[in-house]
Design a protein around this ligand. Structure first.
Ligand SMILES: Cc1cc2nc3c(=O)[nH]c(=O)nc-3n(C[C@H](O)[C@H](O)[C@H](O)COP(=O)(O)OP(=O)(O)OC[C@H]3O[C@@H](n4cnc5c(N)ncnc54)[C@H](O)[C@@H]3O)c2cc1C
Length: 325
């Protein structure tokens, strides 16, 4: 009998998050053929997400009204009720807000080692190495576990998602016994980003800096992002100036993104901003200062006024992407 790898899957708006499919692939990369891989899905009214998940791997579903919104205390209780009988060899989370919150608690509960923010998995057998960034992405280290259980969080958009199997796996429903001694309860969740593509999972991010000069200055960036089916981000400079909400901030004290294309518009390229985007696959910088540090990390640079360049890009991409075949 092999070891059991548990992937803690996540949903957003009832839909499975891409990072959960990446975590399933991560489990496949880290485990042996004979090992067992189970996705654990917690939430409420998640039948569709569970069915979709079962196309990739065996599923354990805990569906309960108390789990409708994330709350650390309740999720921890539900998760440990499911994990304790399994005695997993490894538990894999996405390096998301929920994963970052829960993984250390679960590691402490299981007395497990933890490797966080994994961007790649290499090696085989007992020599599996987990790559993770250091010093705000300036260096990478390879880490190995020397014992089990193991707790891992993987950074979204870095490990390829798993491919669906030809047949669906089983879904087992587990009951959850609510705790009677909660120290806090969620009354309401107020979402600021309803309907928007999640910044950390977007394939294209169009970001604005202080160079956009005003709230209205973000409009051309919104249009470019829409054409490219991407998300809008920002530097802290733009957030501090009140041009946009802090939920868009990318960087050391903001979100970390690793899209396929990152378009930095009117952003100087301060080290704290680079910490959040320098691992993007292709970086395009638009800045009117040819000496701006952002050009040092950019794959393509356009020296010019963003208010002239961005609408032209949007128009040209629109023609290309909307052209009939
Ligand atoms: C502890 C700490 C944590 C921080 N965390 C973060 C973080 O998480 N994220 C972050 O981003 N920053 C962070 N910062 C702030 C960071 O140091 C910079 O101040 C900030 O990134 C600068 O934002 P900016 O590039 O938009 O603005 P600026 O540095 O003012 O750059 C604006 C750029 O726009 C260009 N520009 C102006 N007009 C135009 C135009 N019309 N067309 C084209 N280009 C134009 C200019 O040439 C300039 O390069 C942090 C700082 C500290 C001290």
């Amino acid at each position: 009998m092999g070891n059991t790898y548990v992937i803690v899957a996540e949903t957003k708006g009832g839909r499975l998050r891409q990072v959960s499919l990446e975590a399933i692939h991560a489990a496949a990369l880290a485990s042996h053929e004979e090992d067992k891989r189970i996705a654990l899905l917690l939430g409420h009214q998640l039948k569709e997400a569970a069915d979709e998940l079962a196309r990739y791997t065996e599923v354990i579903l805990i569906d309960h009204p108390d789990l409708a919104s994330y709350q650390a205390e309740i999720y921890f209780a539900a998760l440990t009720q499911a994990l304790d009988p399994i005695q997993p060899y490894a538990v894999i989370f996405g390096h998301t807000a929920i994963g970052r919150d829960l993984a250390p608690q679960i590691a402490a509960h299981l007395n497990a080692g933890q490797i966080s923010d994994v961007t790649a998995i290499s090696g085989s057998g007992d020599a599996i190495a987990y790559t993770r960034p250091l010093y705000a992405g300036k260096a990478f280290e390879n880490r190995q576990f020397s014992s089990s259980p193991q707790v891992i969080t993987i950074r979204p958009n870095n490990i390829a998602p798993a491919q669906p199997a030809s047949t669906s796996s089983s879904i087992t429903e587990l009951s959850y016994t609510p705790s009677t001694s909660l120290r806090s309860v969620i009354k309401e969740v107020v979402s600021k980003s309803a309907g928007r593509i999640d910044l950390t999972e977007a394939k294209v991010v169009v970001s604005g800096g202080r160079g956009v000069k005003s709230k209205a200055g973000f409009q051309p960036l919104e249009e470019l992002a829409e054409v490219l089916q991407g998300a809008v981000g920002a530097s802290r400079g733009a957030c501090d100036a009140g041009y946009c909400d802090y939920s868009l901030q990318i960087g050391q004290t903001g979100k970390v993104v690793t899209p396929e294309i990152y378009i930095a518009c009117g952003i100087s390229g301060a080290i704290q901003h680079l910490a959040g985007m320098s691992q993007s696959r292709i970086i395009i910088a638009i800045n009117k200062d040819p000496e701006a540090p952002i050009f040092k990390v950019a794959d393509y640079g356009i020296v010019g006024d963003l208010f002239e360049v961005v609408p032209i890009l949007a128009e040209e991409f629109r023609k290309l992407l909307c052209a009939p075949n």
